[in-house]
Design a protein around this ligand. Structure first.
Ligand code: SF4
Length: 422
């Protein structure tokens, strides 16, 4: 039996994969190392969504390859040659091959490189797991998506949509709750197209999960806005359930319809405007999070202006900002690229506007009194979330998974601060 070190990067789905890899390792009789230097074998669950991220993965791979190494996640699937170049002896485990985890670890421990990149997992529901946060159950509901966005390398790694069955997911959520979780994240590559390949959809899944009789909260993960017109009416009803955090992450990417067309996003900027507007009208202080890419190859100054206008109009609470970078194997990588200095200038502009909006939106919460679920230990403080999934920090000591009534006294662009009132 060996000591195994596992580190993970990327989206919630990637962290969910790392929890399952660790669960399979422990189930297989191995133990977990506290540090790579203490390990017999290292596992890195990679993300390759952006150039900067891929560079960081390569840096980590170089540091971890002094021991037997398994490179998992999106990078080995999207850029096999890149991983082989920097760590030719490393074994490779794809994001949809988790069932092969033990086989690949034991082969690598014996000094035999093994490659498992085929999509062999029928489902990821019901696998053993070691949670990164005991209060939060990250439940993958599907893998892959139904889009062909021209900038996206994740599509190469995760492939076509494969939704897991509603019944299996409900069973998994019950397991998470039985194991002590008070918060459930329903996550996948694109929640918007969940179930469209198996004759169901996201609102139906949410309704089934919400029916579970227990005191827990649900966070619905990222969804491409292109599916909103199709599911919005039902989704609004599903969100009426008090278990649902009044929060949605809807990556719009650009305010220019021409750029969205060149990105093959399948939606217009108005779909995002309308969706954030409708949810905010229905639910008081609903939190809208979005992603913006600046510097996409075909983005002109005028297109960029349309993105700024859309941001000013919709005032998203959170903007995850990316500078476009050409990812290997994507269609956009073959387009004429924009000067990097222009991309940096545009990203600085969006960053300043986004910071100002986040700060002003959080200021609106000063004086608010209400319930907070404390769900995350960060350093020596414990962070909570209110009904709108706003991060709340208090000075008082609170137990993980507990709920307390809090009064908000201060806000920054990152979150809310307050004290417990009952
Ligand atoms: S929806 Fe688009 S950006 Fe998202 S994973 Fe699929 S192809 Fe990539």
């Amino acid at each position: 039996m060996a000591k195994i070190w596992v580190e993970a990067y990327g989206c919630s789905a990637s962290f969910a994969d790392s929890e399952m890899i660790t669960g399979l390792v422990v189930n297989g009789g191995h133990t977990l190392a506290d540090d790579p230097s203490d390990a017999d074998l290292n596992v890195i669950v990679t993300c390759s969504v952006k150039d900067a991220t891929a560079d960081k993965m390569i840096y980590r791979i170089k540091r971890l390859k002094n021991k037997p190494l398994v490179v998992a996640g999106c990078l080995p699937k999207a850029e096999t040659a890149t991983v082989d170049k920097f760590s030719p002896k490393a074994s490779l485990l794809g994001p949809n091959s988790l069932g092969k985890t033990l086989e690949i670890i034991e082969s690598t421990l014996r000094g035999h490189k093994k490659i498992e990149l085929e999509d062999s997992d029928i489902s990821k529901v019901g696998l053993p797991k070691v949670r990164l946060n005991p209060a939060v159950g990250i439940v993958e509901i599907a893998s892959g998506c139904m889009s062909e966005c021209t900038f996206c390398q994740t599509k190469i790694s995760k492939g076509e949509i494969r939704s897991f069955r509603v019944g299996d997911i409900v069973r998994q959520v019950r397991q998470e709750i039985d194991d002590g979780c008070s918060e459930i994240w329903l996550t996948s590559t694109d929640n918007g197209c969940y179930g469209l390949d198996i004759g169901t959809d996201l609102p139906s899944l949410i309704d089934n999960v919400s029916e579970i009789e227990h005191d827990f909260m649900i966070r619905v993960g990222m969804m491409n806005p292109m599916y909103m017109p199709r599911i919005r009416k039902d989704l609004l009803e599903s969100f009426e359930n008090p278990k649902l955090f009044k929060f949605l992450h809807i990556p719009v990417q650009s305010g220019s319809n021409q750029v969205l067309k060149d990105m093959k996003r399948g939606h217009t900027a108005d779909v995002f405007r309308k969706s954030s507007d409708i949810f905010r009208k229905k639910f008081e202080r609903f939190t809208v999070s979005t992603d913006i890419i600046v510097g996409f190859p075909t983005e002109t100054e005028e297109d960029f202006g349309q993105t700024l206008d859309m941001i000013q109009e919709t005032r998203p609470d959170i903007i995850n900002l990316s500078r476009y970078s050409a990812r290997l194997g994507t269609k956009a990588a073959f387009m004429d690229q924009i000067n990097v200095l222009d991309i940096m200038k545009r990203s600085k502009t969006v960053f300043e506007i986004a910071s100002k909006i986040s700060y002003e939106r959080n200021q609106e919460w000063v004086g608010w009194k209400g319930e907070v679920l404390f769900d995350e230990i960060s350093g020596d403080t414990i962070k909570g979330r209110n009904y709108a999934y706003k991060p709340v920090i208090v000075q008082e000591k609170v137990k993980l998974g507990h709920r307390k009534k809090v009064e908000i006294t201060r806000a920054t662009k990152h979150g809310l601060y307050g004290h417990i009132i009952s």
